[in-house]
Ligand binder design. Structure first.
Ligand SMILES: C[S@@+](CC[C@H](N)C(=O)[O-])C[C@H]1O[C@@H](n2cnc3c(N)ncnc32)[C@H](O)[C@@H]1O
Length: 270
């Protein structure tokens, strides 16, 4: 995340370490961006080179360094450099872009910089749900990433439960809620959604991957809400996902595609 003298991102200095250590999330260094932890290993992100610090930490926390890289921020997230976007009447911009925006956010190094077709469709169809169908009061954001969807729904007045497996995503989402004065409209949880259901909501957001969607679809606790916005799957995966829900009392109200990606707005029939 951006803090102190750092107002935007230029180059990312990454250090892949193994095994991971919980204290690495708490580093106080002014050039520290965050720690991405997954499957027992992790990546430390900095704004500049940190050889000495990494060396000291590796002795203290007994990890090995497996890889070091310098990556221009413009190339991070498959070159999807964050830019201001407009969704319905709301404008959302990276925190470093000057302007009079409804929402600002620090995209950091997690997914949810707003440029991916799936995120864009989740936002667009969210606006269509809000303006044409219903204004949900409780929203569950599964896999909140940067928190961009959580911010959007909190701004529209909903109470949001935002969950992510990746602790860095939860930190970034909290930071972004605070940036917009929306912290008290969201509850944040770190963990695997499969261990956290059921969670009460009128609308469930799931921009996830195929295997997780398939697991969720067969979980009765997942199907407790009235509306679902689902994406993260491509056209060739759609048939399998459709078959999985074919016997459930559901109606796809809107199906949208963009660059081979699909997004559904689903209503549960009672
Ligand atoms: C494609 S990103 C979506 C980010 C953001 N919601 C958006 O639409 O741009 C998916 C997110 O789901 C999270 N995730 C993956 N598996 C998960 C699980 N089992 N439980 C909770 N979150 C999970 C990932 O860490 C990632 O941040």
């Amino acid at each position: 995340m951006l803090k102190g003298k750092h107002k935007n991102y230029q180059n990312l200095y990454t250090y892949m370490v193994k095994p991971s250590h919980p204290q690495l999330h708490q580093l106080e260094d002014e050039d520290f961006i965050g720690f991405w932890e997954e499957d027992g290993m992790g990546i430390l992100f900095f704004h500049c080179q940190k050889e000495q610090l990494i060396d000291n930490l590796s002795k203290k926390y007994e990890f090995k360094i497996y890889d070091k890289q310098v990556i221009p921020y413009r190339e991070w997230n498959e070159n999807r450099f964050p830019k201001p976007i407009k969704v319905g009447k709301l404008t959302i911009a990276p925190v470093w872009v000057e302007g009079n925006w409804d929402l600002v956010f620090d995209p950091s190094v997690v997914f949810g910089e707003g440029q991916h077709p799936t995120t864009a469709m989740m936002l667009e169809l969210g606006w269509e749900l809000y303006t044409k169908f219903e204004k949900p009061e409780k929203v569950l954001d599964i896999g909140c990433g940067s928190g961009i969807l959580t911010l959007f729904w909190a701004k529209l007045g909903a109470n949001v439960t935002a969950i992510d497996l990746n602790p860095l995503c939860v930190k970034v989402t909290q930071h972004n809620l605070e940036l917009n004065g929306l912290r008290n409209q969201a509850e944040l949880k770190q963990g695997d959604i499969l261990n956290l259901l059921p969670i009460e909501a009128d609308l469930v957001l799931g921009n996830l991957y195929r295997l997780l969607l398939l697991k969720l679809f067969e979980n009765e606790h997942f199907w407790k809400a009235k509306y679902y916005l689902l994406s993260g799957f491509s056209l060739d995966m759609e048939k399998e996902l459709l078959e999985k829900i074919s016997t459930l009392p559901l109606k796809i109200l809107i199906r949208r595609t963009s660059q081979n990606w699909v997004c559904w707005l689903v209503k549960k029939l009672s």
